[in-house]
Ligand binder design. Structure first.
Ligand SMILES: O=C(O)CCC(=O)C(=O)O
Ligand SMILES: [Fe+2]
Length: 214
């Protein structure tokens, strides 16, 4: 993948819906510290493919950091203070993650963003996430901050009903999406990742999703 000199420079926000904003290339200079922290987190709590309550193995590999982590198994979707794979607490939320999430939330109009949970999604080529709402959180008054890294993805952002029309946005390396307030429960999805190789992250997309779980 060719990158150009101006690829990493933050650009003007794009409003997706009321309360929902895309911040193109927001990560900017925070990228190297993000990589280092990510490596530590995924070493302590490796990616795994969770099983949905319906018995399907998710195509996206997942792990978490923070005081609570999102998990799924036969009994349902929920937040857990422990990694069910090891029984250990999830790795702490790195300072650079929190700083990035809070500054993105503020740039999107949400001052004083509180988060206790960061879900890390790893998409290999072909992995996708079907249409869903993020509604397992106790803290629905807080927005969601979602950071895209690596290969690009087509993100679909809809309304409060599954059948509402969707907007289609290409999310690229360093982009951040924030949705909250009237958009907090909007349906969204990620289309299957197309083949490619990112210069830093290889043939994958990573996504960090910050929420207030408890
Ligand atoms: O990967 C993304 O951009 C979105 C992830 C997502 O919707 C989720 O983890 O609930
Ligand atoms: Fe989601």
């Amino acid at each position: 993948m060719q990158s150009s000199f101006f690829d990493d420079i933050p650009q003007s926000p794009i409003e997706l819906a009321q309360g929902a904003v895309v911040l193109p290339r927001f990560v900017g200079d925070a990228m190297p510290s993000l990589y280092r922290a990510l490596k530590e987190v995924v070493t302590a709590a490796p990616f795994r493919h969770l099983i949905t309550p319906g018995g399907h193995k998710m195509s996206v590999g997942m792990t978490n950091c923070g005081s609570a982590g999102w998990v799924s198994d036969a009994s349902g979707y929920r937040y857990s203070k422990q990694d069910p794979m090891t029984g250990n607490q999830w790795p702490n939320l790195p300072d650079c993650f929190l700083e990035l999430a809070q500054s993105a939330a503020a740039a999107a109009g949400y001052a004083q963003f509180e988060t206790d949970a960061c879900l890390i999604n790893q998409y290999r080529v072909g992995a996708k996430l079907s249409m869903h709402q993020d509604r397992d959180e106790g803290g629905l008054e807080q927005p969601i901050v979602s950071v895209s890294l690596g290969l690009p993805a087509t993100f679909l952002f809809g309304g409060l009903e599954r059948t509402n029309p969707t907007r289609k946005i290409l999310l690229e390396h360093g982009d951040v999406v924030v949705w909250g307030g009237p958009s907090r429960l909007c349906f969204h999805a990620v289309n299957a990742i197309q083949s490619g190789v990112h210069p830093d992250l290889g043939p994958r997309r990573l996504n960090l999703t910050f929420r207030k779980a408890v």
